[in-house]
Design a protein around this ligand. Structure first.
Ligand code: PEP
Length: 267
């Protein structure tokens, strides 16, 4: 695979969001297939985020020192309590979970998640040593009304309110335009990078120069066919992948396209 060269100021990260797919029984095979393909990949952080019911199997299959880290797709902000149907950060951490997706647009849309709720979860997540992947992104109507930057800025500032600066290195942001999620309509590299650039400026405003070093992932119909061009953009540090992460080969090819290029490659 020929990749476009760029500097990699930040270590790339590729996370697979399995959403509500795969039973616990199916999980072992898929994880083993992914691990077998990605085990020689260096210098990329790789994460799989299966449903809650598959997290224990995923942890058991991967063992302690795997190349693949495990993420959850949501969590509740309380440590424990009368919250039927919810799962806490301590419960996730106890299973060996390392990342947690927060504020995914499907959670915002179908489960009424708010920026304030996401902010509370992000702060609690880092107190349990979980790395939050905080998602933001505009709808098609908002993009067409030229509101993208304003919407993303409001979501980002709201979702990071009160986030402890000393835990900044744990934080990951995902820009996921809602119109691109699961639709096959990917943002162009320029469209994505423009928003990533803006997000980086907001992070710098919020947290100072360290904010500029945060990893910003793109998500929305990422496939092996479009990932290299997106990854060539300076402000894109990796991907949050939905559908294509359920196919071990596609997921591997996307990860491979995010791997920093050595000077001797492609020549
Ligand atoms: C997602 O669910 O975060 C996502 C980006 O989905 P897809 O890759 O299927 O568009």
């Amino acid at each position: 695979m020929t990749r476009l060269k760029k500097n990699f100021p930040r270590r790339p990260l590729v996370a697979g969001n399995w959403k509500m797919h795969r039973t616990a029984s199916d999980t072992k095979n898929l994880i083993e297939d992914i691990v077998q393909r990605v085990q020689k990949i260096a210098n990329v952080d790789m994460v799989v985020c299966p449903p809650f019911t598959s997290l224990a199997v995923a942890a058991e299959t991967l063992g302690r020192h795997s190349v693949l880290a495990i993420g959850a797709q949501n969590m509740h902000q309380a440590k424990e309590g009368a919250f039927t149907g919810e799962v806490s950060g301590t419960m996730l951490r106890d299973l060996g979970v390392r990342y947690v997706i927060l504020g995914h647009s499907e959670r915002r849309h179908f489960f009424n998640e708010t920026d304030t709720g996401v902010a509370a979860k992000a702060t609690i997540a880092v107190s349990y040593l979980l790395r939050p992947i905080v998602c933001v992104g505009e709808t098609l109507a908002q993009r067409e009304a030229k509101e993208t930057m304003a919407v993303v800025e409001a979501q980002l500032r709201g979702s990071l309110q009160g986030f402890p600066k000393e835990k900044l290195a744990e934080l990951v942001i995902a820009y996921e335009p809602v119109w691109a999620i699961g639709t096959g309509k990917v943002a162009t590299p320029k469209q994505a990078n423009d928003v990533h650039h803006k997000i980086r400026a907001i992070l710098t405003d919020l947290f100072g120069p360290e904010g500029a070093n945060l990893r910003i992932l793109y998500g929305g119909s990422v496939k092996p066919e479009n990932s290299a061009a997106l990854m060539a953009e300076n402000d894109i540090d990796g991907f949050l992948v939905g559908g294509a992460s359920l196919d071990a080969r596609s997921f591997f090819n996307i990860i491979e396209s995010a791997r920093p290029v050595r000077a001797s490659e492609n020549d």
